[in-house]
Design a protein around this ligand. Sequence first.
Ligand code: E4P
Length: 217
Amino acid sequence: MKFFVDTAEIDQIKELNDLGMVDGVTTNPSLIAKSGRDILEVTKEICDLVDGPVSAEVVALDADTMLAEGRKLAKIADNIAVKVPLTWAGLQTCKALSDEGVMVNVTLCFSANQALLAAKAGATFISPFIGRLDDLNLDGMELIGDIRTIYDNYGFETQILAASIRSANHMKDAALIGADVATAPPAVIKAMANHVLTDKGLAGFMADVEKAGIKIL
Ligand code: E4P
């Protein structure tokens, strides 16, 4: 499973990228607003830093303006994936940009039918939002599984990008169920390293290091 990092914070992307943990980046208008940066500037900086796809989201609601925005975003760098919402206008924009050879990430997906439409419209990535479904006592991971089955049934090449990930368990479950990509905040990716038995085991080893005076350097 590829790891995308879900942030527009350059320092955090750099730290994970230096460790080989970043196969791509996703942003959205809320993350750009949080960064306090200009969308075009910060997106360019991210694209220069990371080799993989960098999702940058349009902000218009109608297809003509979305397409113009998407073309402008796509000019930032070769690794831009234009992000469009899963509306009818977003699907129209997806089809037009895909036909022009631009990567498209269709976002705000909450149903298998929406994912089916995105694949038909030539999406490179479909972003089902796990956490926001779980927040409503629905099952976000079940949606990922349904989309996996449908895409595999018909050989759709659209990659399932599990989004709105809130915990390390979401990462494990997305990997088990066969998501192609998971995008997560840096803190969630780092939390995957944690285990209470690792901490306990290390504390035991350190106590013995102290007791026996073990030195390597
Ligand atoms: C990523 O592409 C999405 O924009 C993001 O994962 C949404 O996450 P949230 O539901 O935590 O805002």
